[in-house]
Write a protein that binds this ligand. Structure first.
Ligand SMILES: [Zn+2]
Length: 614
Protein backbone atom coordinates (compact mmCIF):
# COMPACT_ATOMS: atom_id res chain seq x y z
CA UNK A 1 0.00 0.00 0.00
CA UNK A 2 1.32 3.37 -0.95
CA UNK A 3 0.31 6.24 1.30
CA UNK A 4 -0.08 9.49 -0.62
CA UNK A 5 2.64 12.01 0.09
CA UNK A 6 0.26 14.77 1.07
CA UNK A 7 -1.13 12.55 3.81
CA UNK A 8 2.36 11.89 5.17
CA UNK A 9 3.06 15.59 5.05
CA UNK A 10 -0.11 16.48 6.88
CA UNK A 11 0.70 14.02 9.65
CA UNK A 12 4.24 15.32 10.00
CA UNK A 13 3.03 18.90 10.08
CA UNK A 14 0.58 18.17 12.87
CA UNK A 15 2.66 15.77 14.93
CA UNK A 16 4.83 17.18 17.66
CA UNK A 17 7.96 15.05 17.36
CA UNK A 18 9.28 16.22 20.74
CA UNK A 19 6.22 15.20 22.71
CA UNK A 20 5.90 11.89 20.87
CA UNK A 21 9.51 10.89 21.41
CA UNK A 22 9.20 12.37 24.90
CA UNK A 23 6.88 9.49 25.73
CA UNK A 24 9.84 7.16 25.41
CA UNK A 25 12.75 9.13 26.81
CA UNK A 26 13.27 12.41 28.64
CA UNK A 27 14.58 15.11 26.30
CA UNK A 28 16.54 18.23 27.24
CA UNK A 29 17.55 21.07 24.95
CA UNK A 30 21.19 21.79 24.30
CA UNK A 31 22.59 23.75 21.38
CA UNK A 32 19.45 23.71 19.26
CA UNK A 33 18.98 19.97 19.55
CA UNK A 34 17.15 17.90 22.11
CA UNK A 35 19.07 15.15 23.84
CA UNK A 36 18.04 12.08 25.78
CA UNK A 37 19.06 8.54 26.67
CA UNK A 38 18.68 6.41 23.58
CA UNK A 39 15.61 4.14 23.57
CA UNK A 40 17.41 1.71 21.29
CA UNK A 41 20.65 1.05 23.10
CA UNK A 42 21.89 1.19 26.67
CA UNK A 43 23.83 4.25 27.68
CA UNK A 44 24.53 6.52 30.61
CA UNK A 45 25.07 9.81 28.84
CA UNK A 46 22.65 10.94 26.15
CA UNK A 47 23.76 10.49 22.56
CA UNK A 48 20.24 10.35 21.19
CA UNK A 49 19.21 13.61 19.55
CA UNK A 50 16.05 15.08 18.07
CA UNK A 51 15.94 18.03 15.71
CA UNK A 52 12.34 19.18 15.67
CA UNK A 53 12.88 21.72 12.88
CA UNK A 54 14.23 19.02 10.57
CA UNK A 55 11.73 16.47 11.84
CA UNK A 56 14.20 13.72 12.53
CA UNK A 57 16.08 11.92 15.26
CA UNK A 58 19.55 10.45 15.25
CA UNK A 59 21.57 8.49 17.80
CA UNK A 60 25.30 9.09 17.70
CA UNK A 61 25.80 5.91 19.70
CA UNK A 62 23.92 3.22 17.80
CA UNK A 63 23.38 5.21 14.59
CA UNK A 64 19.67 4.70 14.44
CA UNK A 65 17.93 7.65 12.91
CA UNK A 66 15.16 8.85 10.68
CA UNK A 67 11.76 10.42 10.74
CA UNK A 68 9.08 10.19 13.38
CA UNK A 69 7.71 7.22 11.43
CA UNK A 70 11.02 5.35 11.66
CA UNK A 71 11.01 6.08 15.35
CA UNK A 72 7.57 4.57 15.90
CA UNK A 73 8.38 1.58 13.70
CA UNK A 74 11.44 0.80 15.77
CA UNK A 75 10.13 1.52 19.20
CA UNK A 76 6.66 0.01 18.80
CA UNK A 77 7.75 -2.68 16.33
CA UNK A 78 5.35 -1.52 13.64
CA UNK A 79 5.46 -1.66 9.86
CA UNK A 80 5.72 1.64 8.03
CA UNK A 81 2.01 1.64 7.21
CA UNK A 82 1.10 0.84 10.81
CA UNK A 83 3.33 3.65 12.08
CA UNK A 84 1.70 6.12 9.71
CA UNK A 85 -1.76 4.95 10.71
CA UNK A 86 -1.00 5.10 14.43
CA UNK A 87 0.37 8.59 14.22
CA UNK A 88 -2.39 9.65 11.84
CA UNK A 89 -4.96 8.57 14.40
CA UNK A 90 -3.21 10.51 17.16
CA UNK A 91 -3.13 13.75 15.22
CA UNK A 92 -6.48 13.34 13.50
CA UNK A 93 -5.41 12.69 9.92
CA UNK A 94 -7.27 9.88 8.23
CA UNK A 95 -5.07 7.43 6.39
CA UNK A 96 -7.32 5.91 3.79
CA UNK A 97 -6.73 2.41 2.64
CA UNK A 98 -7.02 1.50 -0.97
CA UNK A 99 -8.49 -1.83 -2.03
CA UNK A 100 -6.26 -4.86 -1.55
CA UNK A 101 -3.77 -3.06 0.62
CA UNK A 102 -1.71 -4.48 3.43
CA UNK A 103 -3.62 -2.71 6.19
CA UNK A 104 -5.39 -5.92 7.14
CA UNK A 105 -3.15 -6.43 10.15
CA UNK A 106 -3.59 -2.90 11.42
CA UNK A 107 -7.32 -3.18 11.08
CA UNK A 108 -7.26 -6.38 13.10
CA UNK A 109 -5.15 -4.69 15.80
CA UNK A 110 -7.59 -1.84 15.98
CA UNK A 111 -10.58 -4.15 16.12
CA UNK A 112 -8.97 -6.20 18.91
CA UNK A 113 -8.21 -3.09 20.95
CA UNK A 114 -11.75 -1.90 20.48
CA UNK A 115 -13.10 -5.28 21.57
CA UNK A 116 -10.86 -5.33 24.67
CA UNK A 117 -11.94 -1.80 25.54
CA UNK A 118 -15.57 -2.80 25.33
CA UNK A 119 -15.09 -6.01 27.32
CA UNK A 120 -13.18 -4.09 29.99
CA UNK A 121 -16.05 -1.66 30.30
CA UNK A 122 -18.58 -4.46 30.63
CA UNK A 123 -16.55 -6.40 33.19
CA UNK A 124 -15.98 -3.24 35.19
CA UNK A 125 -19.69 -2.45 35.11
CA UNK A 126 -20.64 -5.96 36.25
CA UNK A 127 -18.07 -5.72 39.01
CA UNK A 128 -19.10 -2.42 40.44
CA UNK A 129 -22.76 -2.06 39.59
CA UNK A 130 -24.43 -5.47 39.59
CA UNK A 131 -25.20 -8.17 42.03
CA UNK A 132 -23.36 -10.77 39.93
CA UNK A 133 -20.10 -9.03 40.69
CA UNK A 134 -20.87 -8.82 44.39
CA UNK A 135 -18.65 -11.68 45.56
CA UNK A 136 -15.72 -10.39 43.54
CA UNK A 137 -16.19 -6.85 44.78
CA UNK A 138 -16.46 -8.12 48.35
CA UNK A 139 -13.17 -9.94 47.90
CA UNK A 140 -11.33 -6.81 46.79
CA UNK A 141 -12.90 -4.40 49.24
CA UNK A 142 -12.27 -7.01 51.92
CA UNK A 143 -8.61 -6.74 50.99
CA UNK A 144 -8.88 -3.03 51.68
CA UNK A 145 -8.83 -1.92 48.04
CA UNK A 146 -10.72 1.34 47.53
CA UNK A 147 -13.20 2.23 44.85
CA UNK A 148 -10.79 4.83 43.53
CA UNK A 149 -8.07 2.22 42.98
CA UNK A 150 -10.57 -0.17 41.38
CA UNK A 151 -11.48 2.54 38.88
CA UNK A 152 -7.90 3.58 38.19
CA UNK A 153 -7.01 0.00 37.26
CA UNK A 154 -10.42 -0.69 35.67
CA UNK A 155 -10.74 -3.92 37.63
CA UNK A 156 -13.71 -6.04 36.63
CA UNK A 157 -15.57 -9.28 37.01
CA UNK A 158 -16.03 -12.07 34.45
CA UNK A 159 -19.41 -13.76 35.04
CA UNK A 160 -19.65 -17.36 36.25
CA UNK A 161 -21.70 -18.42 33.21
CA UNK A 162 -19.01 -19.47 30.70
CA UNK A 163 -21.30 -18.79 27.73
CA UNK A 164 -22.31 -15.29 28.74
CA UNK A 165 -19.46 -13.50 26.97
CA UNK A 166 -20.00 -15.08 23.56
CA UNK A 167 -23.72 -14.33 23.65
CA UNK A 168 -23.14 -10.78 24.80
CA UNK A 169 -20.57 -10.01 22.11
CA UNK A 170 -22.53 -11.67 19.31
CA UNK A 171 -25.49 -9.56 20.30
CA UNK A 172 -23.26 -6.55 19.75
CA UNK A 173 -22.48 -7.65 16.23
CA UNK A 174 -19.11 -9.36 16.56
CA UNK A 175 -18.60 -12.26 14.18
CA UNK A 176 -17.80 -15.72 15.47
CA UNK A 177 -14.57 -15.88 13.45
CA UNK A 178 -13.27 -12.61 14.83
CA UNK A 179 -14.13 -13.61 18.41
CA UNK A 180 -12.40 -16.96 17.91
CA UNK A 181 -9.18 -15.12 17.10
CA UNK A 182 -9.41 -12.79 20.10
CA UNK A 183 -8.17 -15.24 22.70
CA UNK A 184 -11.20 -14.44 24.87
CA UNK A 185 -13.02 -17.67 24.02
CA UNK A 186 -12.22 -21.37 23.92
CA UNK A 187 -14.06 -23.49 21.41
CA UNK A 188 -16.39 -26.06 22.91
CA UNK A 189 -17.55 -29.37 21.45
CA UNK A 190 -21.18 -28.35 21.26
CA UNK A 191 -20.46 -25.42 18.95
CA UNK A 192 -20.82 -22.96 21.79
CA UNK A 193 -17.69 -21.28 22.99
CA UNK A 194 -16.49 -21.05 26.56
CA UNK A 195 -15.16 -17.82 27.96
CA UNK A 196 -11.45 -17.97 28.74
CA UNK A 197 -12.18 -16.22 32.05
CA UNK A 198 -15.23 -17.08 34.10
CA UNK A 199 -16.04 -16.23 37.70
CA UNK A 200 -12.76 -14.39 38.08
CA UNK A 201 -11.64 -10.94 39.14
CA UNK A 202 -10.31 -9.34 35.97
CA UNK A 203 -7.22 -7.14 35.84
CA UNK A 204 -7.01 -5.40 32.45
CA UNK A 205 -3.44 -5.07 31.19
CA UNK A 206 -2.67 -1.65 29.73
CA UNK A 207 -0.01 -0.77 27.20
CA UNK A 208 2.27 2.17 27.98
CA UNK A 209 -0.05 4.31 25.87
CA UNK A 210 -3.15 3.24 27.79
CA UNK A 211 -4.71 0.76 25.36
CA UNK A 212 -6.02 -2.41 26.93
CA UNK A 213 -4.07 -5.24 25.34
CA UNK A 214 -4.80 -8.29 27.51
CA UNK A 215 -6.32 -9.49 30.76
CA UNK A 216 -5.25 -11.24 33.90
CA UNK A 217 -7.86 -13.09 35.95
CA UNK A 218 -7.78 -14.17 39.58
CA UNK A 219 -9.85 -17.14 40.60
CA UNK A 220 -12.57 -16.53 43.19
CA UNK A 221 -13.40 -20.10 44.12
CA UNK A 222 -13.25 -23.64 42.78
CA UNK A 223 -10.43 -25.38 40.91
CA UNK A 224 -7.96 -23.94 38.47
CA UNK A 225 -4.86 -21.80 38.50
CA UNK A 226 -4.96 -18.86 40.91
CA UNK A 227 -3.99 -16.42 38.16
CA UNK A 228 -4.59 -16.76 34.46
CA UNK A 229 -3.35 -14.45 31.69
CA UNK A 230 -4.79 -14.14 28.23
CA UNK A 231 -2.46 -15.63 25.66
CA UNK A 232 -0.06 -13.57 23.57
CA UNK A 233 -1.68 -11.94 20.59
CA UNK A 234 -0.76 -9.45 17.87
CA UNK A 235 -1.31 -6.69 20.41
CA UNK A 236 0.22 -8.36 23.46
CA UNK A 237 3.74 -9.64 24.17
CA UNK A 238 4.31 -10.74 27.74
CA UNK A 239 8.01 -10.01 27.95
CA UNK A 240 7.80 -6.36 26.96
CA UNK A 241 4.85 -4.95 28.89
CA UNK A 242 4.68 -4.24 32.60
CA UNK A 243 1.57 -4.37 34.73
CA UNK A 244 0.80 -0.95 36.22
CA UNK A 245 3.22 0.99 34.04
CA UNK A 246 0.51 3.11 32.48
CA UNK A 247 -0.73 4.15 35.93
CA UNK A 248 2.84 4.50 37.30
CA UNK A 249 4.35 6.34 34.33
CA UNK A 250 4.22 9.89 35.68
CA UNK A 251 5.48 8.97 39.13
CA UNK A 252 8.34 6.88 37.70
CA UNK A 253 9.35 9.76 35.46
CA UNK A 254 9.25 12.21 38.34
CA UNK A 255 11.08 10.08 40.87
CA UNK A 256 13.35 8.33 38.37
CA UNK A 257 12.65 5.19 40.37
CA UNK A 258 10.50 2.11 39.90
CA UNK A 259 9.48 -0.50 42.45
CA UNK A 260 9.34 -4.00 40.98
CA UNK A 261 6.87 -6.36 42.63
CA UNK A 262 5.71 -9.82 41.74
CA UNK A 263 1.98 -9.68 41.11
CA UNK A 264 -1.02 -7.63 40.12
CA UNK A 265 -2.41 -7.35 43.65
CA UNK A 266 1.01 -6.15 44.87
CA UNK A 267 0.99 -3.34 42.31
CA UNK A 268 -2.53 -2.34 43.26
CA UNK A 269 -1.86 -2.41 47.01
CA UNK A 270 1.29 -0.33 46.65
CA UNK A 271 -0.42 2.27 44.47
CA UNK A 272 -3.18 2.55 47.02
CA UNK A 273 -0.57 3.02 49.74
CA UNK A 274 0.75 5.99 47.79
CA UNK A 275 3.75 4.09 46.36
CA UNK A 276 2.82 4.93 42.81
CA UNK A 277 5.97 3.78 41.06
CA UNK A 278 5.14 0.07 41.49
CA UNK A 279 5.02 -2.19 38.43
CA UNK A 280 5.13 -5.97 37.90
CA UNK A 281 6.11 -8.35 35.11
CA UNK A 282 3.18 -10.22 33.58
CA UNK A 283 3.18 -13.67 35.06
CA UNK A 284 6.78 -14.27 33.99
CA UNK A 285 10.18 -13.41 35.39
CA UNK A 286 11.46 -9.87 34.87
CA UNK A 287 12.97 -9.66 31.37
CA UNK A 288 15.77 -7.70 29.71
CA UNK A 289 13.21 -6.03 27.44
CA UNK A 290 11.32 -4.77 30.46
CA UNK A 291 14.56 -3.51 32.02
CA UNK A 292 15.57 -1.72 28.81
CA UNK A 293 12.16 -0.13 28.63
CA UNK A 294 12.25 1.11 32.24
CA UNK A 295 15.78 2.43 31.88
CA UNK A 296 14.49 5.30 29.77
CA UNK A 297 12.48 6.59 32.71
CA UNK A 298 14.25 5.43 35.84
CA UNK A 299 17.81 5.33 37.21
CA UNK A 300 16.94 3.36 40.27
CA UNK A 301 15.02 0.10 40.79
CA UNK A 302 13.81 -1.37 44.03
CA UNK A 303 12.94 -5.07 44.03
CA UNK A 304 10.23 -5.77 46.53
CA UNK A 305 9.75 -9.52 46.60
CA UNK A 306 8.73 -12.18 49.10
CA UNK A 307 11.25 -12.92 51.80
CA UNK A 308 11.24 -16.65 50.95
CA UNK A 309 13.65 -18.65 48.79
CA UNK A 310 11.64 -18.01 45.61
CA UNK A 311 11.60 -14.26 46.25
CA UNK A 312 15.33 -14.29 46.92
CA UNK A 313 15.99 -16.10 43.68
CA UNK A 314 13.74 -13.71 41.75
CA UNK A 315 15.66 -10.75 43.17
CA UNK A 316 19.00 -12.30 42.20
CA UNK A 317 17.91 -13.11 38.62
CA UNK A 318 16.30 -9.70 38.13
CA UNK A 319 19.42 -7.99 39.46
CA UNK A 320 21.60 -9.88 36.97
CA UNK A 321 19.38 -8.71 34.13
CA UNK A 322 19.20 -5.11 35.31
CA UNK A 323 22.92 -4.58 35.96
CA UNK A 324 23.51 -4.75 32.22
CA UNK A 325 21.44 -1.58 31.95
CA UNK A 326 23.35 0.13 34.74
CA UNK A 327 20.55 0.85 37.14
CA UNK A 328 21.31 1.53 40.77
CA UNK A 329 19.69 -1.47 42.38
CA UNK A 330 18.05 -1.86 45.74
CA UNK A 331 15.92 -4.54 47.32
CA UNK A 332 13.57 -4.79 50.23
CA UNK A 333 12.15 -8.04 51.53
CA UNK A 334 8.61 -8.54 52.67
CA UNK A 335 8.20 -10.21 56.04
CA UNK A 336 7.39 -13.89 55.54
CA UNK A 337 3.73 -14.79 55.05
CA UNK A 338 2.81 -11.21 54.24
CA UNK A 339 2.08 -9.56 50.96
CA UNK A 340 1.62 -5.83 50.34
CA UNK A 341 -2.17 -6.20 50.28
CA UNK A 342 -2.07 -7.56 53.84
CA UNK A 343 -0.61 -4.28 55.03
CA UNK A 344 -3.30 -2.32 53.23
CA UNK A 345 -6.01 -4.59 54.59
CA UNK A 346 -4.69 -4.31 58.13
CA UNK A 347 -4.41 -0.55 57.92
CA UNK A 348 -0.65 -0.67 58.26
CA UNK A 349 0.16 1.45 55.25
CA UNK A 350 2.81 3.39 57.10
CA UNK A 351 4.72 0.20 57.88
CA UNK A 352 4.61 -0.71 54.22
CA UNK A 353 5.96 2.70 53.29
CA UNK A 354 8.73 2.35 55.85
CA UNK A 355 9.85 -0.98 54.39
CA UNK A 356 10.52 0.85 51.16
CA UNK A 357 11.90 4.03 52.65
CA UNK A 358 15.39 2.68 53.23
CA UNK A 359 15.85 -0.29 50.95
CA UNK A 360 19.16 -2.16 51.07
CA UNK A 361 21.63 -2.04 48.23
CA UNK A 362 21.26 -5.19 46.22
CA UNK A 363 24.57 -6.67 47.40
CA UNK A 364 23.64 -6.15 51.06
CA UNK A 365 20.29 -7.74 50.40
CA UNK A 366 21.79 -10.74 48.64
CA UNK A 367 24.41 -11.31 51.31
CA UNK A 368 21.89 -11.09 54.08
CA UNK A 369 19.42 -13.38 52.37
CA UNK A 370 21.83 -15.95 51.02
CA UNK A 371 23.59 -16.30 54.31
CA UNK A 372 20.50 -17.65 55.96
CA UNK A 373 20.48 -21.38 55.55
CA UNK A 374 23.61 -21.50 53.38
CA UNK A 375 25.76 -24.56 54.01
CA UNK A 376 29.13 -22.91 53.34
CA UNK A 377 30.81 -19.70 52.30
CA UNK A 378 31.53 -21.38 48.97
CA UNK A 379 27.88 -21.92 48.23
CA UNK A 380 27.07 -18.29 49.01
CA UNK A 381 29.84 -17.14 46.67
CA UNK A 382 28.70 -19.44 43.89
CA UNK A 383 25.18 -18.07 44.25
CA UNK A 384 26.27 -14.42 44.12
CA UNK A 385 29.04 -14.63 41.47
CA UNK A 386 26.61 -14.60 38.53
CA UNK A 387 25.29 -11.30 39.82
CA UNK A 388 28.79 -9.83 40.25
CA UNK A 389 29.69 -10.94 36.75
CA UNK A 390 26.76 -8.91 35.43
CA UNK A 391 28.12 -5.65 36.90
CA UNK A 392 29.41 -3.62 33.98
CA UNK A 393 31.75 -1.25 35.83
CA UNK A 394 35.06 -2.83 36.88
CA UNK A 395 35.27 -0.47 39.85
CA UNK A 396 31.87 -1.50 41.15
CA UNK A 397 32.71 -5.12 40.56
CA UNK A 398 35.79 -4.78 42.72
CA UNK A 399 33.70 -3.00 45.35
CA UNK A 400 31.31 -5.93 45.40
CA UNK A 401 34.15 -8.45 45.79
CA UNK A 402 35.59 -6.39 48.65
CA UNK A 403 32.17 -6.35 50.26
CA UNK A 404 32.06 -10.17 50.01
CA UNK A 405 35.51 -10.42 51.58
CA UNK A 406 34.35 -8.29 54.49
CA UNK A 407 31.43 -10.63 55.01
CA UNK A 408 33.70 -13.67 55.16
CA UNK A 409 36.43 -12.20 57.29
CA UNK A 410 38.18 -15.54 57.53
CA UNK A 411 38.67 -15.64 53.74
CA UNK A 412 41.29 -13.41 52.13
CA UNK A 413 40.13 -11.15 49.28
CA UNK A 414 42.80 -12.61 46.98
CA UNK A 415 41.18 -16.02 47.39
CA UNK A 416 37.77 -14.59 46.54
CA UNK A 417 39.18 -12.80 43.50
CA UNK A 418 40.86 -16.00 42.30
CA UNK A 419 37.60 -17.90 42.77
CA UNK A 420 35.71 -15.26 40.87
CA UNK A 421 38.25 -15.35 38.02
CA UNK A 422 37.86 -19.12 37.78
CA UNK A 423 34.10 -18.70 37.66
CA UNK A 424 34.44 -16.10 34.88
CA UNK A 425 36.80 -18.31 32.84
CA UNK A 426 34.25 -21.06 32.87
CA UNK A 427 31.75 -18.68 31.33
CA UNK A 428 33.99 -16.81 28.97
CA UNK A 429 34.10 -19.41 26.22
CA UNK A 430 30.34 -19.28 25.85
CA UNK A 431 30.34 -15.48 25.72
CA UNK A 432 32.94 -15.32 22.96
CA UNK A 433 30.96 -17.75 20.84
CA UNK A 434 27.77 -15.73 21.04
CA UNK A 435 29.42 -12.37 20.45
CA UNK A 436 31.13 -13.73 17.30
CA UNK A 437 27.88 -14.92 15.85
CA UNK A 438 26.25 -11.59 16.67
CA UNK A 439 29.05 -9.77 14.90
CA UNK A 440 28.57 -11.88 11.81
CA UNK A 441 24.92 -10.94 11.68
CA UNK A 442 25.29 -7.23 12.11
CA UNK A 443 28.31 -6.45 9.98
CA UNK A 444 27.84 -5.05 6.54
CA UNK A 445 30.40 -3.29 4.46
CA UNK A 446 30.19 -0.77 1.67
CA UNK A 447 30.28 -2.25 -1.80
CA UNK A 448 29.92 -0.38 -5.12
CA UNK A 449 26.39 -1.79 -5.40
CA UNK A 450 25.35 -0.51 -1.97
CA UNK A 451 26.94 2.84 -2.64
CA UNK A 452 24.77 3.26 -5.74
CA UNK A 453 21.66 2.15 -3.90
CA UNK A 454 22.28 4.65 -1.11
CA UNK A 455 22.98 7.46 -3.56
CA UNK A 456 19.77 6.54 -5.40
CA UNK A 457 17.65 6.65 -2.29
CA UNK A 458 19.19 9.96 -1.41
CA UNK A 459 18.53 11.61 -4.73
CA UNK A 460 16.13 10.83 -7.53
CA UNK A 461 18.33 12.41 -10.23
CA UNK A 462 21.19 10.18 -9.24
CA UNK A 463 18.93 7.16 -9.55
CA UNK A 464 17.83 8.35 -12.95
CA UNK A 465 21.49 8.54 -14.00
CA UNK A 466 22.39 5.16 -12.50
CA UNK A 467 19.47 3.31 -14.09
CA UNK A 468 20.39 4.72 -17.50
CA UNK A 469 23.72 2.91 -17.18
CA UNK A 470 22.90 -0.20 -15.21
CA UNK A 471 19.97 -2.59 -15.12
CA UNK A 472 18.74 -4.98 -12.46
CA UNK A 473 20.85 -7.78 -13.98
CA UNK A 474 23.98 -5.83 -13.20
CA UNK A 475 23.29 -6.05 -9.47
CA UNK A 476 24.36 -9.34 -7.91
CA UNK A 477 23.99 -8.65 -4.18
CA UNK A 478 20.59 -9.82 -2.91
CA UNK A 479 20.21 -6.75 -0.70
CA UNK A 480 20.89 -4.25 -3.44
CA UNK A 481 18.71 -6.10 -5.96
CA UNK A 482 15.69 -5.85 -3.63
CA UNK A 483 16.13 -2.15 -3.10
CA UNK A 484 16.80 -1.54 -6.80
CA UNK A 485 13.46 -3.18 -7.65
CA UNK A 486 11.64 -0.89 -5.21
CA UNK A 487 13.39 2.16 -6.62
CA UNK A 488 12.52 1.12 -10.18
CA UNK A 489 8.86 0.69 -9.23
CA UNK A 490 8.74 4.01 -7.55
CA UNK A 491 10.55 5.74 -10.40
CA UNK A 492 8.29 4.30 -13.04
CA UNK A 493 5.18 4.98 -10.97
CA UNK A 494 6.20 8.58 -10.73
CA UNK A 495 7.27 9.17 -14.27
CA UNK A 496 3.71 8.20 -15.18
CA UNK A 497 2.63 11.32 -13.35
CA UNK A 498 5.05 13.35 -15.34
CA UNK A 499 7.44 15.94 -14.03
CA UNK A 500 4.82 18.59 -13.43
CA UNK A 501 4.46 17.71 -9.77
CA UNK A 502 3.37 20.95 -8.14
CA UNK A 503 6.36 22.77 -6.78
CA UNK A 504 4.56 24.35 -3.85
CA UNK A 505 3.58 20.94 -2.52
CA UNK A 506 7.26 20.39 -2.02
CA UNK A 507 7.46 23.08 0.59
CA UNK A 508 5.96 21.50 3.66
CA UNK A 509 6.99 21.61 7.26
CA UNK A 510 8.49 18.16 7.02
CA UNK A 511 11.37 19.12 4.81
CA UNK A 512 12.76 15.62 4.99
CA UNK A 513 9.84 14.34 3.00
CA UNK A 514 10.64 16.69 0.23
CA UNK A 515 14.32 16.73 -0.18
CA UNK A 516 14.13 15.82 -3.80
CA UNK A 517 10.78 16.47 -5.37
CA UNK A 518 8.47 13.68 -4.39
CA UNK A 519 11.25 11.14 -4.11
CA UNK A 520 10.42 10.23 -0.53
CA UNK A 521 13.75 9.33 0.95
CA UNK A 522 12.61 8.39 4.42
CA UNK A 523 9.67 6.36 3.22
CA UNK A 524 12.07 4.50 0.94
CA UNK A 525 14.41 3.70 3.80
CA UNK A 526 11.56 2.68 6.03
CA UNK A 527 10.25 0.35 3.37
CA UNK A 528 13.42 -1.75 3.57
CA UNK A 529 12.57 -4.85 5.52
CA UNK A 530 16.08 -6.15 6.12
CA UNK A 531 16.92 -4.45 9.40
CA UNK A 532 20.71 -4.70 9.14
CA UNK A 533 20.57 -3.19 5.67
CA UNK A 534 18.18 -0.47 6.77
CA UNK A 535 20.39 0.57 9.65
CA UNK A 536 23.46 0.49 7.44
CA UNK A 537 21.78 2.76 4.90
CA UNK A 538 20.53 5.17 7.57
CA UNK A 539 24.02 5.41 9.03
CA UNK A 540 25.57 6.19 5.65
CA UNK A 541 22.85 8.67 4.72
CA UNK A 542 23.22 10.66 7.90
CA UNK A 543 26.99 10.44 8.18
CA UNK A 544 27.41 12.58 5.06
CA UNK A 545 29.94 10.10 3.60
CA UNK A 546 28.43 10.54 0.18
CA UNK A 547 28.43 14.30 0.08
CA UNK A 548 32.01 14.82 -1.05
CA UNK A 549 33.11 13.71 -4.49
CA UNK A 550 29.69 12.28 -4.98
CA UNK A 551 29.63 12.30 -8.79
CA UNK A 552 33.02 10.66 -8.99
CA UNK A 553 32.11 7.97 -6.47
CA UNK A 554 28.96 7.15 -8.40
CA UNK A 555 30.79 6.95 -11.69
CA UNK A 556 33.55 4.79 -10.24
CA UNK A 557 30.97 2.45 -8.74
CA UNK A 558 29.07 2.09 -12.03
CA UNK A 559 32.32 1.51 -13.79
CA UNK A 560 33.46 -1.10 -11.31
CA UNK A 561 30.20 -3.01 -11.54
CA UNK A 562 30.11 -3.04 -15.33
CA UNK A 563 33.69 -4.16 -15.50
CA UNK A 564 33.16 -6.89 -12.96
CA UNK A 565 30.12 -8.17 -14.84
CA UNK A 566 31.84 -8.10 -18.22
CA UNK A 567 34.78 -9.98 -16.75
CA UNK A 568 32.46 -12.59 -15.35
CA UNK A 569 30.75 -13.06 -18.70
CA UNK A 570 34.14 -13.25 -20.37
CA UNK A 571 35.21 -16.02 -18.01
CA UNK A 572 31.95 -17.89 -18.69
CA UNK A 573 32.45 -17.68 -22.46
CA UNK A 574 36.06 -18.81 -22.22
CA UNK A 575 35.05 -21.75 -20.07
CA UNK A 576 32.39 -22.82 -22.59
CA UNK A 577 34.89 -22.52 -25.42
CA UNK A 578 37.41 -24.69 -23.58
CA UNK A 579 34.78 -27.34 -22.98
CA UNK A 580 33.68 -27.42 -26.60
CA UNK A 581 37.09 -27.24 -28.25
CA UNK A 582 38.43 -30.87 -27.98
CA UNK A 583 35.79 -32.83 -29.94
CA UNK A 584 34.44 -29.96 -31.94
CA UNK A 585 31.82 -32.29 -33.52
CA UNK A 586 28.91 -30.37 -34.93
CA UNK A 587 29.45 -27.45 -32.58
CA UNK A 588 30.88 -25.09 -35.13
CA UNK A 589 27.89 -22.78 -35.10
CA UNK A 590 27.90 -22.53 -31.31
CA UNK A 591 31.63 -21.95 -31.20
CA UNK A 592 31.35 -19.21 -33.77
CA UNK A 593 28.66 -17.57 -31.68
CA UNK A 594 30.75 -17.78 -28.52
CA UNK A 595 33.79 -16.38 -30.29
CA UNK A 596 31.75 -13.49 -31.52
CA UNK A 597 30.52 -12.79 -28.01
CA UNK A 598 34.05 -13.02 -26.70
CA UNK A 599 35.19 -10.43 -29.21
CA UNK A 600 32.39 -8.12 -28.17
CA UNK A 601 33.20 -8.54 -24.48
CA UNK A 602 36.91 -8.03 -25.08
CA UNK A 603 36.10 -4.82 -26.88
CA UNK A 604 33.77 -3.51 -24.15
CA UNK A 605 36.27 -4.35 -21.45
CA UNK A 606 39.01 -2.61 -23.33
CA UNK A 607 36.82 0.50 -23.53
CA UNK A 608 36.06 0.35 -19.82
CA UNK A 609 39.73 -0.06 -18.98
CA UNK A 610 40.59 2.99 -21.05
CA UNK A 611 37.86 5.00 -19.34
CA UNK A 612 39.13 3.90 -15.97
CA UNK A 613 42.63 5.03 -16.80
CA UNK A 614 41.64 8.49 -17.87
ZN1 LIG B 1 21.26 4.69 20.36
Amino acid sequence: MKIPDDVLQQIVARADILSIIGNYTTLTEKGGRYWGLCPFHTEKTPSFSVQPDKGFFYCFGCHKGGSIFTFLMEVEKLSFVEAVETLGRQVGVEVSRGPGDSGEETRRHEALLELFRRVTGSFHYLFTKTQAGGAALAYLTGRGISRETIDAFQIGYAPADPFWLEGFLKKHGYSGDFLASSGLLRSGKTGRNWAFFSHRVIFPIFSAKGDIIAFGGRILEGDGPKYLNSSESPVFKKGTNLYGFFQAKDAIRREKTAIIVEGYMDVIALHQAGLKTAVAPLGTAFTADQARFLRRFADKLIFFFDGDAAGRKAALRSAEICEAFEFTLYAAALPSDKDPADFVQENRVEELQNLLKCPKTIIEYLLENYFEGASSAGSVLQAIFPYIRSIVSAVRREEALTRLAREFDEIDISVIRADFRRFMDGNRKKEIETSESEKKQSSMSMTPELLLIIASIDNKDDFSYIRSRLSLDDFTQAESRDVFITLEDMYRGESGKGDDFPKDAAEGKGTFLRESGNWNRDALVEGIENKTLREFIIEKLYSGELSENRKKMIQDAIHGIRRRNFEKKQRDVERSLRRLAPGNNGNEALIAELLEEKMYLDGELEKLRKMGNE
